[in-house]
Design a protein around this ligand. Structure first.
Ligand code: ME8
Length: 644
């Protein structure tokens, strides 16, 4: 029997509106995971799609003066077009209005009814059409839905119920025995307390509405849209249709979703239905946070959404980068900016910052300085190194393994942090080896060794970035003259390495910088220069120490503060955000080598304006008057991690 297919799902999205950055987030994450798995040789089944039944869609169609069928055909095309533009390589785009799915939903319903896991009862309570959710009296706040704030209608009607309550104990046992089942831990805890709070049987039908799937044998009812929607994951795996296929695909290895749909749906109703059907539960439900605009979640109903393609068009226009490169820059931003699981602030200026600092500076510069060096010293041809191993190989192998392992853990920002460490190491290597001096000294063999090492590292960086930025990886390979087909891994194997004699094809910079205006000063900040305090002789208690918010940060860029000798203005990524911190370390530390360094910072220091720059925190360094060393970490951990 052939190996289990690596099966990954996203939620299937409601089609009453067009996709925005929030939907893009989950889908890009799934795409990154699947591309990584495919690269490493796994067969993958990546499913995404559209949730087309329910009152919400019927209503949206009515508002447009069209039929639900026509409306959903047009919208499904819209969603597919967005995924194509975002470089999403799914294997199945499932629509709940497809015949194979509708028929499976009925079969599942029938089976559950037959075995008495579904029964006909009455439902008295509220229903929120927007959230397609049944609500109890206690959950409704002043007549409004607790989730979306819209008024909800009260109803009392005959209704089929699924015996969720019967599965409360087995579910708790499963969650306890498989701590990896629901991640991150905060979400697992939420699900556990939701179950412990008492699982009610779930209403799984509605009074017949013509666009929904009929309850088999009872024309007065249609099947509740959430039972219908969750079943999509089974349809994709050919459940009750092709046993051999199902055996190879089931269960999903990773199901990704936002935190809005875990407790009631994916964390309880879904596994309870699977238990009732007697099929294995998914390996991992990984729940991510929300992209927010200011205080609010980005969502259509709050009219604050950003379209990924519109933003890419803007970035492309402002920078002159290709549209596909701008799309990849957005993919990069989404995967890098916040640890997967946490909420994030979305803003165009934050995307532009990442574009300029990470992509134009760190990544772009490495390519833009290496190719001219190859042209100057080797006529644009990759030289033959004296030995196979390069000085950067050990770091490359370490980073490739660490990035792979991070993606496996669904830690996308961690993987990118690793890759950016490699970029910093390669940039630093060029500075240290100073190829121009080797050339001057006539040390051609060494020059060939150094430039081959750097060029081949760029080839490897393209491979490492392939899952995140497939178009950019292609651009890099094309400028290097590296083949774009054939195997890309293992990362330092001779057959994947850049071949000596390859002619490079330097083109326009992939990431031309975007011009920005300087940010305004933080109001209320003072112009004080920080003073050195004598060492404290008094002891402090633990509560006093706990007031100091120490965090792991990563230096993103550093530059000298104009008109000063020893001050650097340092951009530090502290997980939830990026800060500027002014540090008196310019005499000891070259700003060019700092990016990528992990540091410890005081995150809750009052902002102070220092020589015109607002400093929002302090980077810890050892040394009294003279900073001798930065406080760094002995192993990597995510930006923003607390230090105690
Ligand atoms: O709930 N930040 O569909 P939906 C991050 N059809 N992610 C976001 C987001 C934001 N601001 N906004 C949306 C449904 N998402 C059901 C699912 S599955 C069997 C049925 C993402 O269109 C996130 O993945 O409301 C969230 O869980 C999903 O879109 C909700 O999509």
């Amino acid at each position: 029997m052939s190996a289990k297919v690596f099966y990954v799902t996203t939620p299937i999205y409601y089609i009453n509106a067009s996709p925005h950055v929030g939907h893009g987030y989950t889908t890009v994450a799934a795409d990154v995971l699947c591309r990584q798995k495919r690269l490493s040789g796994r067969q993958v089944l990546f499913a995404t799609g559209t949730d087309e039944h329910g009152q919400k869609v019927a209503q949206a169609a009515r508002d447009k003066g069209t039929s639900p069928r026509e409306f959903s055909d047009a919208m499904a095309d819209d969603w597919r077009a967005m995924w194509d533009a975002l470089h999403i390589r799914y294997d199945r785009f499932i629509r709940t209005s497809e015949a194979d799915h509708e028929s499976l939903v009925q079969k599942v319903f029938e089976r559950l009814l037959k075995q008495d896991d579904i029964y006909l009862g009455t439902y008295e309570g509220f229903y929120c059409v927007h959230e397609e959710t049944y609500l109890t009296d206690a959950e409704v706040k002043d007549g409004n839905c607790p989730e979306c704030g819209r008024p909800v209608g009260r109803m009392a009607q005959d209704c089929y119920h699924f015996r969720t309550s019967k599965y409360a104990e087995p579910l708790l046992e499963h969650i306890e025995a498989h701590p990896e089942f629901i991640q991150p831990e905060t979400r697992r805890n939420e699900v556990v307390s939701f179950i412990r709070g008492g699982l009610r049987d779930a209403a799984v039908s509605r009074r017949a509405s013509p666009w929904d799937i009929p309850v088999p044998g009872d024309s007065a009812h249609t099947i509740y849209v959430w039972l219908d929607a969750l079943t999509n994951y089974l349809t994709v795996a050919s459940y009750l249709d092709d046993d051999a296929k199902f055996a190879r695909m089931w269960p999903p290895d990773v199901q990704l979703m936002g935190k809005d749909i875990i407790t009631r749906f994916h964390g309880t109703l879904w596994p309870a239905v699977l238990m009732a059907l007697g099929v294995p539960l998914p390996g991992k439900l990984f729940v991510h946070g929300f992209w927010q605009m200011g205080e609010e979640k980005m969502s259509k109903s709050r009219a604050n959404v950003v379209s990924p393609t519109e933003l890419a068009a803007e970035l492309s226009e402002r920078s002159g980068a290709k549209f596909d490169v701008a799309i990849d820059a957005i993919r990069y931003f989404l995967m890098r900016q916040v640890p997967f699981g946490a909420d994030g602030q979305f803003s165009t200026s934050a995307v532009v910052r990442r574009f300029n600092e990470d992509l134009a500076n760190d990544l772009g510069n490495l390519l833009n300085r290496t190719l001219p060096l190859l042209e100057r010293y080797f006529d644009g041809v990759v030289p033959t190194p004296p030995t196979r191993r390069t000085d950067l190989d050990a770091e490359l192998e370490r980073v490739a393994a660490a990035a792979d392992e991070a993606i496996d853990r669904i830690d996308f920002s961690g993987a990118l942090t690793q890759i950016w460490g490699l970029l910093a190491a390669a940039n630093k290597y060029i500075d240290q080896q100073a190829p121009w001096n080797l050339h001057k000294a006539g040390r051609e063999q060494e020059l060939a060794r150094v430039l081959y090492g750097v060029a081949d590292t760029i080839r490897a960086v393209a491979t490492l970035l392939e899952p995140f930025m497939p178009a950019v990886a292609g651009e890099i390979r094309s400028q290097l003259g590296a083949p774009s087909d054939g195997p890309l891994l293992p990362i330092t194997q001779p057959e994947v390495r850049l071949r000596p004699g390859t002619r490079t094809k330097r083109g326009k910079p992939i990431f031309p910088r975007i011009e920005t205006t300087a940010p305004a000063s933080v109001p209320g900040a003072t112009d004080d220069v920080p003073r050195e305090e004598p060492m404290a002789t008094e002891t402090i208690d633990i509560e006093q120490f706990a007031k100091v918010d120490l965090r792991v940060g990563e230096i993103i860029s550093a530059e000298r503060v104009e008109g000063t000798q020893n001050l650097l203005s340092v951009r530090v990524d502290i997980g939830a955000e990026e800060r500027t911190m002014v540090a008196g370390i310019a005499k000891q530390f070259d700003p060019a080598v700092l990016p990528g360094t992990k540091v410890v910072v005081v995150a809750n220091l009052k902002p102070a304006k220092i020589r015109g720059v607002v400093s929002q925190g302090m980077i810890l360094a050892a040394g009294d008057d003279i900073p001798l060393a930065l406080v760094t970490l002995d192993r990597d951990c995510p930006n923003g991690t607390r230090v105690r």
